[in-house]
Design a protein around this ligand. Sequence first.
Ligand SMILES: [Zn+2]
Length: 260
Amino acid sequence: MKEKIKVVQNLLAEKGLYSGAIDGVFGPATLAGLNQVPGMNQNLPQVRKVTTMIQIGAREKGFNSGEIDGMWGPQTQFAFEELVYLQKFGKVRDPWRPEEITPMNRWPKQNTAAFHEFYGLRAQNLVTVPVPYEMKIAWDMRYRARKITCHTKVAGSLIRVLENVKNIYGESEIDRLALNRFGGCFNNRLMRGGTQWSTHSWGIALDFDPARNQLTWGRNQAAFAHPVYNDWWRCWEEEGWVSLGRRRNYDWMHVQAAEV
Ligand SMILES: [Zn+2]
């Protein structure tokens, strides 16, 4: 709630309706400011006034906040996150959607002749490379890894991705957002729930934070579907890696150097 109040205080201050501290504390000055906002329903409970202000403020900035009804829902949540970003960085967040990114690489499509020609046999052409930040082994967090075994043809790209992630988020955010919860790369096995070989068998797929991004979960449940991970996905997608979550809305833990 504190962050919402801060956003509201900033919005009110921009309108000249609040001159107190941006401290996230809902005091009389914040309430007085809210009550002066044109269109504010004076009879709403305070929490809905806060939501209404966020919806009005978002709409004024060009974000689609849905109906201005003082009710918090997914569209308001989206608009709120856009507002937080705007207030923090002074610019609108780039619309990082997979279809709007032009990747540097195009990886071959899985289960095609081109794929097999490019990557060769399963469990061959592997290399173990040092990674830019320490990974925690997701299934047993006491264990750490500073190296990943992958296909030689994806190693350079993988390191570039992780270096970009480190530059953008920094190590403490990487840890807080569980971007270092490593669920594995090379693993010579069939697809879970399938009869074809998993792209893990060539060492061209990685899983991250499997506990919070379970195989059958969609974007309403998967942690990595949250907008805070947009930069994470951008790093992968700029290198042409494919997220099944972003493309197909399942298996959000998984990213691979193969088209689907
Ligand atoms: Zn996977």
